[in-house]
Design a protein around this ligand. Structure first.
Ligand code: A2H
Length: 253
């Protein structure tokens, strides 16, 4: 990728109810800690529009004790990076409480920060990379072509993906408006490029580029504290606000 380090916003989504498979593995292993799914994003200003969260089904995750009060669900690789970025109570210490397969996390209900929808589900995505971010991807289908296409695939074939159709009930939420694509940038770009499934990775990479540029340079916020402001102005403000409220932190790699 780029030359310098990538600076992400890591957002913390509280676990409200574990899937039954995850519950069986986690029971008794996290002490009194509150557990969060931690997702790395480059678009903190879009977090109002979260409709679900994605994990990779071939990825191994861990639940890591960060301090006495909190544990995070992410890859080992991300937990290790966090341990050297001042996020854990003891620098360099990785306290892995358990290992769990991505498949078992599917169906867990979480509360994503700043989202208009207060409760969303963890769902499977084919193209989650184990080597990027935390391995947990929060889904904003209004503005991310990958998220929109994956949600569309899941809705078309819930049995194939072994999910409950109630977990994909939310439609994309308008978050920002762009002159070219209106208030649903990702769905419009996916349509324009005639993308059919999350397997169309080449076209999705192109769609991601188009949607990202259009949103960043020409987007205007439709919701939240910075409604009416440009995305460029709102982005660092939403990020700071999330960090101040303790629902996000800086994460680099
Ligand atoms: B972004 P970059 Cl609304 N595997 O967040 C695959 N994708 C991952 C990932 C992983 N392990 N970890 C993070 N990501 C996604 C929001 C968003 C994102 C919007 C629009 C575009 C967009 C909501 N999903 O990304 O390769 C995350 O999705 C397009 C750039 O480091 C993260 O930001 O550039 C982005 O990819 C990081 O990708």
């Amino acid at each position: 990728e780029g030359v310098g380090p990538q600076e992400y916003t890591a957002i913390k989504a509280d676990v409200l109810e574990w899937s039954s498979a995850a519950k069986a593995e986690i029971e008794g292993k996290v002490g009194n800690r509150k557990v969060y799914f931690v997702a790395a994003t480059l678009r903190p200003e879009t977090m109002y529009g979260q409709t679900n969260c994605f994990v990779g089904t071939a990825i191994k995750y861990g639940v890591f004790g960060i301090n006495d009060k909190e544990a995070y669900v992410c890859t080992y690789r991300a937990a290790r990076n966090m341990a050297f970025q001042g996020i854990t109570s003891v620098r360099g210490e990785i306290n892995q409480l358990l290992t769990i397969d991505g498949t078992k996390l599917v169906g867990t209900k979480i509360k994503p920060p700043f989202a208009i929808h207060p409760e969303v589900y963890v769902l499977p995505m084919d193209n989650v990379l184990a080597t990027k971010g935390t391995g947990v991807v929060t889904s904003v289908p209004s503005d991310s072509p990958d998220d929109f296409q994956t949600l569309t695939d899941l809705r078309k074939k819930p049995e194939f993906y072994k999910i409950d159709s109630a977990w994909v009930a939310y439609d994309p939420v308008p978050v920002l408006s762009t002159p070219t694509y209106g208030e649903m940038t990702a769905p419009a770009v996916v349509k324009q490029l005639k993308i059919q499934s999350q397997k169309d990775t080449k076209q999705l990479a192109e769609a991601k580029e188009i949607a990202y540029k259009e949103g960043f340079y020409n987007g205007i916020m439709l919701v939240g504290e910075f409604k009416g402001e440009s995305v460029q102005d709102a982005k660092p403000k939403v990020r700071s606000s999330m960090i101040e409220q303790g629902v996000a932190f800086a994460y680099a790699e």
